[in-house]
Design a protein around this ligand. Sequence first.
Ligand SMILES: Nc1ncnc2c1ncn2[C@@H]1O[C@H](COP(=O)(O)OP(=O)(O)O)[C@@H](O)[C@H]1O
Ligand SMILES: [Mg+2]
Length: 342
Amino acid sequence: MPRRSEEMPQGSMTPIRLVERRNKVQIPPDGVQRGRRLHSIRRRYAQLLRRYLFENLEEVLLEVYELGREAVVDELGLLSIAEMHHEAMGEIFSGNRDIQFSDNHYRMAGVVLSEFLSAYEMTSRGYREASTAMRHLNEMLEDEIRRIAHAIHDGAGQYLACVHISLYAIAKHVDDEGKKELRKAHELLDELERDLRRISHELRPRVLENSGLSGAVEFLADSVIKRTGLAIHVEDRIQRRLPSTIETALYRCIQELLNNAVKHAHASNVWILLEERRHLIHCEVRDDGVGFDASAALVHEKGSQLGFLGIKERVAVLGGGLEIESSRGRGVRVVITLPAQG
Ligand SMILES: Nc1ncnc2c1ncn2[C@@H]1O[C@H](COP(=O)(O)OP(=O)(O)O)[C@@H](O)[C@H]1O
Ligand SMILES: [Mg+2]
């Protein structure tokens, strides 16, 4: 029977596919070892099933549960479990032609399968709880960002206005040379104010609340173009407002991906595409920069490289998927897919 090379736990709902084209990296570096562990799980499952059917010992169920937990850790998918159970039953049945299988045997086999799956039930409940907590954290973070953006925009604006007034007052007591210096100071303050406004809008653009994701992405792209000279091409085919959780998450992801394009890619162009297909929102951000080894993108657990991990988490709590495709010298393509209902 064909085996899938990457099996996802059904509870996590976040297919993360990494493709490093040149080296054809499609499984994690520890893929071979994982393959062995999955094989060992299948073998032990068949043994435990056999023992339970013929010896009917309660303690076997405990071992089955532990094996289920191991399978959760190794991300054995639910479809593969069904397949594994089916195969184990097939082996036991075809190897014991002289034994009569009763309804009771089938019922007991069902008990073994349920016991194995109960580890998954616990995990998916934990996952749902963690997702809810993460959503709340994201909402708190957005509130905090809104507060900081407001403080920069309005708070700093007021201080600057006071400084302007003081400078006008000083101007009355200084000679022409002094007045010239003060005019320069006014100009610098104006520049500072423009910068602070830009930062505050980038942090939390009002346009995201007022005219939605399209407006906010246009605004962000314009701002990055002015700041860096990078050519950013935005194509937005979604002609409606999305739930605010999705708009905010996508805005934050695109912001990080644009930061990456500026910081790491040495790209000339970035293309952003937003579209809705069959109740799924697709967001693609692509650049023509230097590229990198995509298989390493999500393994920096320590240190400062939280960009892709942050995106992965934001996408995961909304039940979406993330695909990072790159090879050295051939740019980066990131595709985020989210269920449209948020
Ligand atoms: N667009 C890109 N082009 C080239 N390399 C990239 C790009 N995006 C990310 N990378 C590489 O992936 C690494 C991880 O990115 P990320 O998780 O955003 O962390 P950070 O930006 O903090 O380094 C970066 O350090 C960089 O080496
Ligand atoms: Mg980054």
